[in-house]
Design a protein around this ligand. Sequence first.
Ligand code: RP5
Length: 161
Amino acid sequence: MKKVGIIMGSDSDLPVVQKAADVLSDFGVPYEIHIYSAHRTPVEAREFSTTAKEKGFGVIIAAAGMAAHLAGAMAAGTTLPVIGIPIKSEQLGGLDALLSTVQMPSGIPVATVAIDGAKNAAVLAVEILALGDEELSAKLEKFRADGTAAALKKDAAINNK
Ligand code: RP5
């Protein structure tokens, strides 16, 4: 199976990013995590994105806060799908990172999830990999059915059914 590359701009992003790693683990999807920054370590970030495909990655998840150029920088270096997670900042609440991540120029997309939306980033990565993997696709169907059952159980509980 292809790997997911999880890249974050700083170790301060890890508490959010860990949720993506946990989801990938639950699905049995292999991943690597790295701390590369579009600004602090641009050479390493560029090296990762330009070699990711030949190294067996199928999707890249990039998480960054503030002037969040990491996902865009990743997308610039590869034709693999890139999923961006805007990380909430103390100063601007993540709107800064959301706009920096989502407003990509035409032709270089970043699939941007919600502010701190690490779980959805991982689910989307699994959905992409599942296009070519029936076993993974079956796990996704079960995941969705479990979510529906859990929501219905809450409805039943609140109405004392
Ligand atoms: C971004 O700046 C990082 O992704 C992080 O969200 C934010 C703050 O980084 P630190 O100053 O905590 O290292 O590049």
